[in-house]
Design a protein around this ligand. Structure first.
Ligand code: PLP
Length: 369
């Protein structure tokens, strides 16, 4: 029992019979995709939960990001952070846009508004900021810059499902926000995602794009793709929504246990809880300062692996270091992001991670200390 393997993440599952009951009527209706009953019920439930009128469901979160970026003329520039998952930067590049990398803040790892202005050029059309690990970006500053230079403010909010900021849903921030419902996320539909837009026209364009650019039955007004959410995905979402509050409370308990072990340990940096933010406890990122802690991030990762515990170098390397981008566009230096990506490690976190397992993980991290 004590030496069972611990994965870094584990998908939450509703009771099987609940899911079976939810999908039973699909065998009668045979309406499997194209905006069926499950799709509209899930969209409605999410609109309520996120106070988001203009919400479009997608087959995955990445497609929702591409739906946001496809609106811009090819060759335009988007200022973004390289401290993110591949998806953010890949969506920008796949839409024919040029990512311009801006450094991040050392405390919450989000885009540093103080470093952004010099990167704005006549070709800049948007800021693509990421609420990494559920740390909310400095929205007021980003929004002021976006307004001043007439840029769209787009959030990769993949990590912030269900979160609230200053009493409001995080989906209310910016012009558009993308949420991921991937199997490893706090809330999932196997794969899936959504785009929340401030303006109705933007949501309509995103939806048209996701169904081959078609407006009605016959004509395509824009170049589009196929990125619709299916009924079986939506059914999983409907089931998982019933258990969301319980999931979040279990995750919270695990995070609090981690914090008890690590708070005050020299060489360990944990992001402090943000003011006015209701968290979803999606990730537990820890920074190990090699000199002060006496072990590097990679040392800790290897020690954990030897004990059957998985941890993830999330995000290392930076997306700006991907070989796919070499020679495609200039790569800006982002020294703080570089340093953090060398030191960061995401420890296991999921709803049914027990307190005993957290104790075991922390024991390994802190051994020979
Ligand atoms: C998961 C994730 C995505 C992509 O979402 P998918 O639903 O897997 O396509 C994008 N950005 C970030 C930061 C993510 O963590």
């Amino acid at each position: 029992m004590t030496n069972q393997n611990i994965p870094v993440t584990r998908s939450s599952m509703p009771p099987l019979n609940e899911f079976v009951e939810e999908i039973r009527d699909l065998w009668d209706s045979r309406w499997l995709t194209n905006y069926g009953e499950k799709h509209s019920r899930l969209a409605e439930a999410l609109r309520d939960l996120m106070d988001a009128e203009n919400l479009v469901l997608f087959t995955n979160g990445h497609q929702a990001l591409e739906a946001a970026f496809q609106q811009f003329p090819k060759g335009s520039e988007v200022i973004t952070s390289p401290f993110t998952y591949a998806s953010t930067t890949q969506a920008i590049v796949r839409c024919g846009l040029i990512p311009v990398f801006c450094d991040i803040e050392p405390d919450y790892y989000t885009l540093d508004p103080g470093k952004l202005k010099p990167l704005v050029t006549g070709k800049t059309v948007a800021i693509a900021a990421i609420h990494v690990y559920g740390n909310i970006c400095r929205h007021d500053s980003l929004s002021a810059i976006a307004n001043k230079y007439h840029l769209k403010l787009i959030y990769d909010a993949a990590h912030t499902f269900g979160m609230r900021y200053l009493g409001k849903s995080v989906a209310a921030l910016g012009d558009m926000s993308m949420f991921s419902f991937h199997a490893t996320k706090v809330f999932h539909t196997f794969e899936g995602g959504c785009l929340v837009c401030k303006r109705k026209e933007d949501a309509e364009a995103a939806k048209d794009w996701s169904r081959f650019g078609m407006k009605g039955q016959e004509n395509a007004e824009i170049v589009g793709t196929n990125a619709k959410m299916t009924e079986i995905q939506a059914a999983m979402g409907l089931c998982n929504l019933n258990h969301l509050d319980h999931e979040l409370s279990l995750r919270k308990r695990a995070v609090e246990r981690y914090r008890e072990h690590f708070e005050g340990i020299r060489g360990i940096y944990l992001c402090p809880p943000q003011q006015d933010v209701v968290s979803n406890y999606a990730y537990f990122p820890v920074r190990f300062h090699p000199e002060q802690f006496g072990k590097s991030r990679d040392d800790v990762k290897h020690q954990l692996e030897k004990e059957g515990i998985s941890a993830r170098k999330y995000f290392s390397p930076l997306t700006s270091e991907f070989s796919a981008y070499r020679g495609l566009f200039p790569i800006q230096k982002t020294p703080i992001a570089e340093e953090i990506s060398e030191e960061i490690l995401c420890l296991p976190l999921y709803a049914d991670l027990s307190e005993g397992e957290v104790d075991r993980i922390c024991g390994v991290v802190l051994q020979d200390k």
